[in-house]
Design a protein. Sequence first.
Length: 116
Amino acid sequence: MSDLPEIPAELRRLRGSIDNIDAALVYLLAERFKATQQVGVLKASRGLPPSDPGREEEQVARLRSLAHEADLDPVFAEKFLAFIVEEVIRHHEAIAQDHAQDRAEDRAEDDPRTLA
Ligand SMILES: O=C(O)C(=O)C[C@]1(C(=O)O)C=C[C@@H](O)C=C1
């Protein structure tokens, strides 16, 4: 028998909700990253920079306002967005590097001086 006190039913119920919310967050984040991967490919193919500070400013203003309405700490909402966007920008930079490497290889293949 364990010496730990029994978990109250109310705590178990609340933890069930927390687990469902965490699962939803994981799926939502996965969808967001699927979209941003496509943005990264689009940006690399058009020669656009990985980050867009103007867009980020708009997102911060919008999220802070939504957080306020939702009774969530706007500072936390801003930090959370910054954490995600920082990761997205790293992905975009890696995609841009791969894209540049592929183009360099294509050019080398097309160059008659390249030994086949
Ligand atoms: O909207 C873009 O341009 C993106 O690259 C997406 C995103 C984001 O994750 O929301 C990421 C980086 C940019 O600095 C701004 C926004």
